[in-house]
Design a protein around this ligand. Structure first.
Ligand SMILES: Cc1cc2nc3c(=O)[nH]c(=O)nc-3n(C[C@H](O)[C@H](O)[C@H](O)COP(=O)(O)OP(=O)(O)OC[C@H]3O[C@@H](n4cnc5c(N)ncnc54)[C@H](O)[C@@H]3O)c2cc1C
Length: 368
């Protein structure tokens, strides 16, 4: 196996490194910048560079580039702390989902604005009583003439306050088993009846929100894919969400700072640094396998689990190295306080292990 980069890939990496450094100089450095670094201006700059939808097929306006190129650009921008959040969900998930399941009209309406870096999307999946167990979600979208009428509440909706559109996972029927009757509907966030309340987390960030829907009407044309079949579609979408470089690289900037100050004469410190640096290399191999579609179906759960637990180990190393000083550097303190989120968002590590055991390894399910 040849792990070297081609000259073109190396040049792309250099370009992304430079763009990342300039973005940090202009917009500041953000920890876990794909979720905490929000800049509409930088989103448009990425659109102009062709770095939104760079791997989407050219017939949909995308760059048609190999998936490995997106890994390179994402790794450099997020490692630098550049603010990519405003386009991240659209680029990673919503665009590919609309290409796969959307109608020609939806593709014509939504993809160009995503590609230009103009629209931010949020994902309305989790509810107060439905997180890991998505099949129990209760938000309804019921047909009334040519519209769906939506009622219910979502929670932890990242960018709920700033998004132009919500990719809503909701119940269009309560007949049959619970995972049936779930559908995906596009909801413009300026539709009357939507109320958004940001939740301030302990880092003082307020990217995720509670979102209430009260008799919100959207045309039935906003249904994505097959009505009642969203469980399958959503699982496919989560594969895009879980196995990417964004799950590995978020703390890299903090690690580089801590590395400079680490007591390298101490063999325990050297050993931990060796573990972290080896962990990064292993994580990148796992992500690369996902990106090259070489991993078995469902394996992104294991990739996410490994990579996000690596990110937490990095945070622990940074905290131990900087000690109380970490609290004096506002952004480092925030980065460390954020680390419990890594193994929760996108599905908890427990759930990832269940998927790995049941779906990938075929182990028997525990009777309920
Ligand atoms: C930073 C951040 C951003 C987020 N952004 C979004 C977003 O944009 N959109 C969105 O829809 N959601 C978002 N979420 C929500 C996230 O997807 C959920 O928090 C996650 O799926 C877990 O659901 P829950 O919080 O309801 O916990 P629960 O499902 O209630 O789980 C509680 C605990 O029980 C364990 N558990 C539950 N079921 C099982 C089981 N079957 N086997 C073993 N253990 C189990 C879990 O591992 C966990 O430890 C975000 C969360 C975070 C932290």
């Amino acid at each position: 196996m040849d792990f070297t980069w081609t000259p073109e890939q190396q040049a792309l990496r250099e370009q992304a490194r430079q763009v990342g450094a300039e973005a940090v100089a202009r917009y500041g450095r953000h920890n876990d910048s794909w979720i905490n670094g929000f800049s509409k201006e930088f989103a448009r700059e990425m659109g102009a560079l062709g770095w939104v939808g760079m791997t989407w097929p050219t017939e949909f306006g995308g760059g048609g580039q190999p998936d490995i190129n997106r890994l390179i650009v994402g790794e450099e921008l997020i490692a630098a702390g550049a603010p990519v959040a405003a386009i991240w969900f659209a680029d990673r998930q919503m665009g590919p989902t609309l290409i796969k399941y959307g109608t020609a009209d939806q593709q014509a309406e939504f993809l160009p604005k995503m590609l230009a870096g103009e629209t931010t999307w949020c994902i309305g999946m989790s509810e107060p009583d439905a997180g890991s167990d998505l099949a129990s979600l209760a938000t309804t979208a019921l047909r009334d003439g040519d519209d769906f009428v939506i009622n219910g509440q979502k929670i932890w909706t990242s960018f709920g306050e700033l998004a132009d559109y919500c990719y809503l996972i909701c119940r269009t029927s309560s007949d049959g088993p619970p995972h049936r009757g779930i559908s995906e509907v596009i909801v413009p966030m300026d539709t009357p009846g939507i109320e958004v309340r940001p939740i301030k987390d302990m880092t003082t960030n307020r990217h995720f929100c509670e979102v209430w829907f009260s008799d919100v009407r959207v045309p039935v044309e906003n249904l994505v894919g097959v009505e009642g079949n969203a469980f399958k579609q959503t699982m496919a979408q989560l594969e895009h969400e879980r196995g990417g470089i964004d799950r590995l690289v978020s703390n890299q900037a903090l690690y580089e700072i801590a590395k400079e100050r680490a007591e390298r004469d101490d063999p325990r410190v050297r050993q931990e640094m060796a573990r972290i640096e080896t962990g990064y290399v292993l994580g990148r191999i796992l992500v690369t396998r996902e990106v090259l579609r070489q991993a078995p179906a469902g394996f992104s759960a294991a990739t996410k689990c490994f990579c996000t637990e690596h990110e937490q180990r990095v945070a622990a190393f940074v905290a131990a190295t900087l000690g109380p000083d970490a609290m004096l550097w506002d952004d480092i303190g925030k980065g460390l306080a954020y680390d419990p989120a890594y193994t929760i968002m996108g599905g908890t590590s427990n759930i990832m292990r269940n998927i790995l055991g049941e779906r990938v390894l075929g182990l028997p399910r525990e009777p309920r």
